[in-house]
Ligand binder design. Structure first.
Ligand code: BES
Ligand code: MN
Ligand code: MN
Length: 457
């Protein structure tokens, strides 16, 4: 293992150069304009997995963007780790807010700036280089399969189908994922929960055409007004969601579980300062850590309609729209919540407008075990490289496919991520610390060794 670690340190510059090559490919899965680039990113992952020593590497076609599969089976009797990650990225807009172009990576103050630097190309690439390092130093202790997809940022629906159809080549013991964050570089942590997601777009229609807001205004229902009222009515004064049945299935935590969660290092003043807000806001009776970790939410992601261009146009618009996401917590079901939302939205619509609810993607919440061999192996690996035992945390984000891995493959995941909440994922100036990238590459081989050794007992 010492040799492997030396190899990693010696090759830092080359690892970074290769990651930069990947970051230069604008593999935006949401926008069909980038379809060829997404395919190019898949080919890049394939060639690097092959070069690192993986067998049966294949770019698997789907109805959407491809999945890259590869494996190294050294002995079927040994444990098998399935590494999951995604090579697709979020759109880079708004482009004008980037200090450097999003697909021209650059290192500043020890951080790699580029779309996907942290989410998830940087973290995926740690696995490929950790694998290369183990192969080169004969220290790969067990079997590994790689499953790197190109549609995580758009809901992973084709990966779900692919997993169901490829169960035979996905036998393994654990799913290892680096696509989450740690508390700080000197406070390592492992996320043990991810929220689920229901995502809908709503359309509110009023008159059959845009109207003169003077000639008709005051006498016809304005869809933007109706939409705003409907949205406003969905939370009460305590920021409690007032859709009937919304909280029915929520698994409440016990007092001691909540106390435990609130021991997680967190500085509210720092949090506010970082975001540039004077105050936080959320469901009454819960702390910020609880609001993002264990409580469901309803958020507006976008709202539009009418005239928003330069100057003023006097118009009473025909339509108004909003994109709304609901984050879900254990025991809530995405399908059920989407249905509850849809029924409620249709019910509260005033008679002067018509409404439509279009569900986008969804995903189920998960909690991962802390008493498993895999979790203990990850915890020990991080303790070895960070010098501190990682703290289990509940993350607010979603990785929809994790629940499906559990359902279809019967496999639990370990969320051994190395990002920071300050990495600006999905935002302009996304970045990833060189420290974090290298820490990940150093930690992964230790996970493999610990997991193999601890599985024997
Ligand atoms: N890697 C993130 C999720 C994440 C980020 C989890 C930070 C924990 C900490 C993932 O790529 C992501 O952005 N997921 C989406 C869901 C998807 C269906 C668009 C999300 O959470 O919004
Ligand atoms: Mn991600
Ligand atoms: Mn993401």
């Amino acid at each position: 293992m010492i040799k492997t670690q030396e190899y990693i340190k010696k090759n830092e510059q080359r690892f970074l150069d290769e990651l930069f090559e990947l970051l230069r490919i604008p593999s935006v899965s949401a926008d069909s304009k980038f379809e060829k680039d997404v395919a190019r990113a898949a080919d890049f992952i394939k060639s690097k997995l092959e070069a690192a020593g993986a067998d049966k590497v294949e770019v698997c076609k789907t109805k959407g963007h491809p999945i890259v599969y590869g494996e190294k089976i050294i002995d079927p009797k040994l444990p098998t780790v399935i590494v999951y990650g995604h090579y697709d990225v979020q759109p880079a807009d708004p482009l004008n807010l980037w200090d450097n172009p999003p697909f021209e990576p650059i290192i500043k103050n020890g951080k790699i700036f580029a779309r996907g630097a942290c989410d998830d190309k940087g973290q995926v690439y740690m696995h490929i280089k950790a694998f290369e390092s183990m192969m080169q130093n004969n220290s790969l202790p067990c079997n590994v399969r790689f499953m790197i997809e190109g549609e995580e940022e758009v809901g992973s629906s084709n990966l779900g189908t692919w997993v169901k159809e490829n169960k035979n080549r996905l036998n393994g013991d654990v799913i290892l994922i680096s696509d989450t964050s740690i508390i700080a570089n000197d406070i390592p942590s492992i996320e043990v929960g991810l929220r689920g997601l229901s995502y809908v777009q709503v359309e509110v229609s009023g008159p059959n055409r845009d109207l003169h807001s003077g000639v008709y205004g005051g006498a016809v229902g304005n869809p933007i007004q109706a939409l705003c009222e409907m949205i406003a009515s969905m939370k009460d004064k305590d920021d409690h969601i007032s859709i009937p049945g919304f909280y029915d299935d929520v698994l409440e935590l016990s007092k001691s579980e909540r106390e435990e969660l609130n021991k997680t290092p967190f500085d509210l003043d720092e949090f506010k300062k970082d975001l540039g807000v004077d105050d936080v806001r959320g469901e009454k009776g819960f702390t910020t850590l609880e609001r993002t970790g264990i409580r469901p939410t309803l958020e507006l992601n976008g709202i539009w309609g009418g005239y928003t261009g330069e100057g003023s146009k006097t118009v009473l618009p025909a339509k108004a729209y909003a994109k709304i996401s609901m984050r879900l917590v254990p025991n809530q079901s995405s399908e059920k919540i989407t249905k509850i939302f849809q029924d409620h939205f249709e019910k509260i619509a005033p008679s002067s407008v018509k409404v439509k609810v279009m569900p986008h993607h969804g995903g189920e919440p998960v909690v991962t075990p802390t008493d498993s061999v895999a979790f203990k192996a990850a915890s020990k690996a991080m303790e070895e490289t960070f010098g501190k035992k990682p703290i289990p945390t509940r993350g607010g984000g979603s990785i929809p496919i994790v629940a499906l891995f559990e359902k279809e493959l019967g496999l639990k995941s370990v969320l051994m991520g190395f990002g920071l909440d300050s990495d600006l994922i999905h935002s302009p100036n996304e970045n990833y610390g060189v420290f974090n990238f290298m820490k990940g590459i150093e930690t992964i081989p230790l996970f493999f060794r610990n997991f193999t050794e601890m599985s024997k007992k």
